[in-house]
Ligand binder design. Structure first.
Ligand code: NAD
Length: 482
């Protein structure tokens, strides 16, 4: 078998130690890989690259399309962009896949039989990183959920479940509150889910979903979630399995995939030879399956399981009730290598199939019949330091035109005019909703005319949002209490 080129980064903190251990295990296990080493992280940041990665490193990643990455340290202080987010977004790694297992009784956990995988959307949601300070008192972060982005991750999760013989997919959102954004995610899950009749499909609101994951993780199989919930749920799952240090993850795109440990660079134990290389090893095992070496992946995983069973544990999971010997990073790697070819005796042995040649998700094509979009109004946001909504209404009503009229004022989304409650708390951030006058169809000129009057009146407007109907249905939320 010819060797598959992979890009490797040793990272920071414990990174170099655990990467050396993992590469040694991969080599001893017979992995056919040709590592190409790149430098990323702290040293690159401190040389003045605000994203922690240089052009030559991108060249390697785009050539090999496979990245085994140790954790890195993001230096303290402003101006440094998260390398992880940069790599994920630049290379379009839209799916974050994190398998979580418990290894009871060999690793102490309250839950005996956890075997689940979290599929998290990796590029959108509140992580789009679009934030603004709008007034003295109010800042905002935009939550962006796209149809193609959602379709891709929903298909990925369902396809993942099908190809891996999983039974159930649980979609987690907060669509009782965020009806448009999370509502889209949930709706696409329902729609695309119909193409997978053999799978049990369920939906949970994130609050109860997270609570159940913490209390009854055994009941979950594949969990699908938008970015932020997925991030939080991933750590809950890894923690209740007793094993943040044992979990690895894959970040997968159409072209490139990145494999890593879940934990960070652990500067507190760096250079001491104490770190557990298991998280990165799990990432490397996912990588071997991805590059078509599933037998090697299973051989290494089984040797690793056997090492855990034999009680050879690094300090982070050492428990004198179940452990036999406390070892450091290199000694742990030696123990795994010594068990290559053996299978676990009590834990379920690992078995992986060849990855399918079929792509997980078909190439997204733009909808050729987009919904009919009709402008029906505009929300104008104001920085206004008054307190009485009626006074603001008196200022805004005359700004209406023959095509757009003031219908509503809200503060932090709650209706305060007409007919608000004095109890409602108010900030300096107000929204005036101007809707089409009966029988009129506003256009961009009507919007500009309205904003011209707003500017003439000297009102401090800080942003606007157009209000559209799509196929006759409102594409905007109502004010709370409207
Ligand atoms: P961390 O995961 O590095 O460490 C948390 C705790 O877990 C520490 O006590 C550490 O000693 C322990 N730990 C972590 N991995 C271990 C291992 N393999 N073996 C034994 N013990 C282990 O989290 P942190 O301290 O919050 O972050 C440290 C640095 O890592 C920060 O600069 C952060 O930005 C970075 N980080 C990087 C990544 C990444 O590159 N993917 C992820 C998370 C954090």
């Amino acid at each position: 078998m010819s060797k598959t080129p992979i890009t490797v980064a040793y990272g920071d903190g414990i990174g170099p130690e655990i990467m050396a251990a993992v590469l040694r295990i991969l080599q001893a296990g017979g992995a056919q890989i040709a590592p190409e080493v790149i430098e990323i992280g702290e040293s690159v940041y401190l040389r003045g690259h605000s994203s922690g990665i240089e052009d030559t490193a991108w060249d390697s990643l785009r050539r090999t399309k496979v990245f085994l990455k140790s954790p890195i340290t993001t230096p303290q202080g402003g101006g440094y962009k998260s390398l992880n987010v940069t790599v994920r977004k630049t290379l379009g790694l839209y799916a974050n896949v994190r398998p979580v297992q418990s290894y009871e009784p060999f690793v102490t956990t309250k839950h005996k039989s956890i075997d689940l995988t979290i599929v998290r959307e990796n590029e959108e949601d509140l992580y789009a990183g679009i934030e603004h300070q709008q007034t003295e008192e109010v800042v905002q972060c935009l939550k962006l959920i796209s149809k193609p982005g959602t379709e891709r991750i929903v298909r990925y999760a369902l396809e993942f479940a099908r190809r891996n013989g999983r039974r159930k997919v649980t979609c987690i959102t907060k669509d009782n509150i965020m009806k448009l954004t999370d509502g889209l995610f949930h709706r696409m899950f329902n729609e695309i889910g119909e193409e997978y009749p053999e799978l049990v499909k369920e939906h949970m609101i994130v609050d109860i979903g997270a609570a159940r994951l913490a209390e009854m993780p055994e009941r979950f199989d594949v969990i699908l979630a938008p970015n932020l919930y997925g991030d939080i749920l991933s750590d809950i799952a890894a923690e209740v399995a007793g094993s943040v240090g044992l979990a690895g993850s894959a970040n997968v795109g159409d072209e490139v995939a990145m494999f890593e440990a879940v934990h960070g660079s652990a500067p507190d134990i760096a250079g001491k030879g104490l770190a557990n290389p298991s998280g990165l090893l799990q990432g490397a095992i996912l990588m071997l399956v991805h590059i078509g070496q599933p037998e090697v992946a299973a051989k290494i995983k089984n040797a690793w399981l056997r090492t855990l069973e034999d009680g050879i544990h690094t300090g982070d999971i050492y428990d004198e009730r179940v452990s036999e010997r406390k070892v450091g990073t290199a000694e742990f790697a030696d123990a795994v290598i010594a068990r290559l070819g053996q299978e676990p005796q009590r834990l379920r042995p690992a078995k992986f199939g060849q990855p399918s040649q079929e792509p997980m998700v078909p190439l997204m094509v733009r909808n050729q019949n987009p919904a009919k979009k009709e402008l029906v109004g505009i929300d104008v946001f104001f920085n206004w330091r008054g307190t009485k909504p009626e006074e603001l209404a008196a200022l805004l009503k005359p700004l209406g035109t023959d095509r757009l009229e003031l219908k509503l004022i809200t503060n932090r989304g709650v209706k305060v005019w007409p007919g608000g409650f004095p109890e409602t708390f108010r900030t300096d951030h107000w929204r005036g909703r101007f809707m089409a006058v009966e029988g009129q169809t506003p256009d961009h000129h009507a919007i500009v005319a309205l904003l011209g009057k707003v500017a003439q009146a000297g009102m401090d407007f800080i942003k606007t949002e157009h209000l559209y109907n799509f196929d006759g249905k409102p594409g905007y939320s109502l004010g709370q209490g409207q």
